[in-house]
Design a protein around this ligand. Structure first.
Ligand code: ATP
Ligand code: MG
Length: 449
């Protein structure tokens, strides 16, 4: 159990000044699990002013002072040092109104959310575990410290945090905690969108997201009510052997652990229940891509995602079902339409979608491995387009606006229109991307007018 030198230094410095200090929370959990913590938090008996005095000569930030936290910058890393505290009364299922500083470690550990996060570590005396956190790590259990109902009433974000830790760590939520989650899930409505989205991102990119999405779908549905109709919605099509939600969850698990791709899979079919028709002995979801796109935009906006995430996810949702033809020409069109990064993402999205569909759809439809091979081929063709520096955007076109003006095209809208026509012809392989050839074509077309 190796504690980094900086952390030892912080603890020793506080002790030299007459205070207690420990590493605490997620970093201790990670150490017990044999993982490398991404950051180290310290708790101490020192009051914030005393902590500041102990590190007088160092860079400190007092941004979290209201909650007793001082951030210390040391060798390029930030360390949050927080005074032992209990949380004052909670009035709105959110943050405490005020915090109260306390004298001992056990009281500080008692205010923490889960037993696995209520551990402290000291370089000499080792681990302090007042609530059975080590046992719960061993048995892979998420359990509230104290009465779960009270703890979720205090701060309903803990409901999302429980799901997040279950998804990231692959732990089971202990029955009493799980019952309290189900019973109090509506309290999530009191939590700000930003805090919810931060936990949702971690949940979705967790290695065990599929299990959590399956077991806690009705909790997620408090945040995203559009999920409810998906659950149990039978598709009645040969493409699927799962209901809409089952397919969605499976597709999430088959996407890389990347937030854009996972959000896309979560939302790609969200419009299906609104688009269902039944004819010819089969279910259909005509137009579900566009409906899913619009619903996704609304959901992501309500969760206060940034514009770039919203733009990318809705683009991928819109095109998730589009056919990708295996020609340079078709892929140049795609590159022009959504750009390289998103086209590569779209291929991942389609892969995840296929992995969550039936393997054998119908005798005349390619099997799953054949559909996947097609996508691999598409990736190769994209590589070739770049290798051969084929033109698919205005910036690669061998002529620009100035060339057209010089060739006698009147300034204004006509220039843009002509460039765009030329680009389309180059993308479609009707004209070679060479300056003389393009100008020749322009002159010829002008002469014919
Ligand atoms: P990660 O590894 O993702 O950083 P973490 O356990 O460190 O996980 P943080 O959100 O960084 O989680 O919080 C640090 C610690 O503060 C937690 O381990 C927990 O002890 C405590 N904590 C954080 N949020 C809450 C909360 N809402 N209620 C109670 N305790 C909390
Ligand atoms: Mg942390």
């Amino acid at each position: 159990m190796k504690i980094p030198e900086d952390v030892e230094y912080i603890i020793e410095t506080l002790e030299t000044h007459g205070h207690e200090a420990y590493a605490v929370g997620g970093c201790v959990r990670d150490i017990v699990m044999g993982k490398t913590p991404k950051d180290w938090d310290i708790c101490t008996s020192a009051l914030p002013g005393q902590t500041a005095a102990a590190f007088e000569s160092k860079r400190i930030f007092e941004t979290g002072l209201k909650h007793g936290t001082i951030t210390l910058r040391l060798n390029g890393r930030n360390y949050e040092i927080t005074t032992f505290r209990t949380d004052g009364p909670y009035l709105d299922n959110r943050r405490p109104d005020r915090v109260e500083f306390v004298r001992n470690l056990e009281q500080d550990l008692a205010r923490r959310d889960f037993t696995v996060n209520a551990l402290a570590l000291h370089p000499q005396t080792g681990i302090t575990d007042c609530f059975g956190g080590i046992e719960d790590i061993k048995s892979k259990t998420i359990r509230c410290v104290g009465d779960p109902v009270k703890r979720f009433e205090e701060d309903a974000l803990r409901i999302m945090r429980a799901l997040r830790f279950a998804s990231v760590l692959g732990f089971q939520i202990e029955p009493e905690t799980a019952t309290a989650i189900a019973g109090n899930r509506q309290l999530l409505k009191n939590i700000s969108a930003e805090r919810i989205a931060a936990e949702l991102n971690l949940l979705l990119t967790g290695a065990y997201a599929g299990t959590v999405l399956t077991e806690y779908s009705t909790v997620l549905a408090v945040i995203i009510p559009e999920i409810l109709p998906m659950i149990g919605f039978e598709q009645n099509t040969p493409y699927h052997n799962l209901d809409v939600w089952g397919h969605t969850v499976k597709s999430v698990t088959h996407a890389p652990e990347d937030i854009i791709l996972r959000l896309t899979m979560l939302l790609h079919d969200i419009g299906k229940p609104n688009c269902y028709t039944y004819s010819g002995g089969k279910g259909h979801f005509h137009g579900h891509q566009a409906v899913s796109e619009e619903m996704s935009r609304k959901i992501l906006l309500s969760l206060k995602y940034d514009n770039s995430t919203i733009g990318t996810v809705t683009t991928l949702v819109k095109h998730h079902d589009a056919e990708i033809t295996l020609t340079h020409k078709s892929l140049r069109r795609w590159l022009n339409l959504i750009g390289e990064e998103n086209l590569r993402r779209l291929i991942q999205v389609k892969k995840a979608d296929i992995m969550a569909q039936a393997d054998l759809i119908a005798p005349n439809v390619p099997r799953r491995h054949e559909r996947l091979e097609k996508l691999a081929k598409a990736s190769e063709l994209i590589d070739e387009i770049f290798l051969q520096q084929q033109c698919f955007s205005l910036k690669d076109l061998a002529v620009d606006g100035r060339d057209l003006i010089a060739a006698g095209i009147p300034e204004g809208a006509e220039i843009g229109k002509t460039l765009s026509t030329l680009l389309d012809m180059v993308i479609d392989g009707e004209l070679e991307n060479k300056r003389e050839i393009l100008l020749n074509h322009v002159n010829h077309a002008t002469a014919q007018k």
